[in-house]
Design a protein around this ligand. Structure first.
Ligand SMILES: Nc1ncnc2c1ncn2[C@@H]1O[C@H](COP(=O)(O)OP(=O)(O)OP(=O)(O)O)[C@@H](O)[C@H]1O
Ligand SMILES: CC(C)(CO)[C@@H](O)C(=O)NCCC(=O)O
Ligand SMILES: [K+]
Length: 273
């Protein structure tokens, strides 16, 4: 259902009495496996939580947990790459009597794209680009977001989104091996997969190490190739639910930013409403 109306809590800046900002109290990033909520305070995402999609009970519980740290009636900004789940959350938030702003097109973001079809790029990739540019201005950035899929994107030193690569995530690779073979079990990638013995000594270890080092190796290779395209050394930023796991195996120097996508959503709501 399309909702036209959006409401904002407008904070008057009492020092100048002329500036008005649109502030979100909660930002939400709807992924393909989980949804992430970020609690914002004084122009920053200060806390984030990963929640199941379409689970009103879990949402209510989390909203209640945050009640003491938030205004009675919150202002939300919601975006993501799973439109049906996104709209379910929007409707739920509205049913709770809170206000929602939706970001659903790249045109709402202050990002220039050098790609064939800007409309098709997942907004999570663009929020990452925006947040990276804000933190590392005038420096090329390579952003690795390890979730359901793994994306490796290049933002040039002028802040232009130059595109990137999309790889299957760790969970998807595991599911694919299980679904399309007779003998391979479904295995979880454990914490600290970089410590697993290589060569693997059983089927599970063989799958775990294969998936893990394929992802690490692929990401490292793409980062190296992208870095050769830039005139200045790029900063490599890691984010996403599996970001820490991936980072543990990467030999290159990186910056881990768990809230990168949520920060990009917060900035978009604040600056370009
Ligand atoms: N609480 C959790 N329950 C299950 N899996 C989890 C949980 N937290 C993280 N994960 C793992 O992290 C991955 C999710 O990463 P992340 O939350 O960054 O993105 P996502 O919700 O999968 O979707 P997207 O990549 O589209 O944002 C899943 O593939 C899963 O392996
Ligand atoms: C690649 C994912 C799944 C990563 O979350 C998402 O950004 C997406 O659905 N993208 C659409 C296609 C694209 O970005 O080119
Ligand atoms: K993501």
């Amino acid at each position: 259902m399309q909702r036209q109306e959006t409401y904002f809590i407008i904070r008057e800046d009492t020092t100048t009495n002329s500036m008005k900002e649109f502030l979100s109290n909660i930002v939400a990033d709807i992924g393909n496996t989980r949804i992430k909520w970020g609690r914002c305070e004084q122009g920053k995402v200060v806390e984030a939580i990963s929640l199941p999609p379409e689970d009103f009970e879990a949402w209510y519980e989390q909203r209640t947990k945050w009640q003491s740290k938030l205004p009675h009636r919150c202002s939300w900004t919601i975006a993501g790459v799973q439109p049906a789940w996104r709209d379910t959350l929007i409707q739920w938030v509205e049913s709770q009597g809170e206000s929602v702003r939706k970001i659903d097109t790249f045109k709402q973001l202050n990002v220039t794209l050098a790609v064939d079809n800007p409309n098709r790029v997942g907004l999570d990739r663009l929020f990452n680009a925006l947040a990276a540019r804000e933190e590392f201005p005038n420096r090329p950035a390579i952003i690795v977001d390890a979730g359901t899929a793994i994306t490796v994107d290049l933002v040039d030193d002028k802040g232009v989104f130059q595109g990137g690569s999309i790889l299957p995530g760790l969970g998807l690779m595991s599911k694919a091996l299980n679904a399309y073979t007779a003998l391979l079990p479904l295995v979880e990638i454990p914490d600290h997969p970089e410590e697993l013995p290589l060569p693997g000594k059983n089927t599970a270890q063989a799958i775990q190490t294969g998936i893990y080092w394929q992802a690490v190796g692929g990401v490292a290779y793409i980062c190296d190739r992208m870095n050769r395209l830039t005139n200045k050394e790029a900063v490599v930023i890691i984010t996403g639910g599996n970001g820490l796991k991936l980072n543990a195996g990467l030999k290159i120097s990186t910056q881990v930013r768990p809230f990168l996508t949520l920060e990009g959503i917060r900035m978009t709501a604040e600056k370009h409403s």
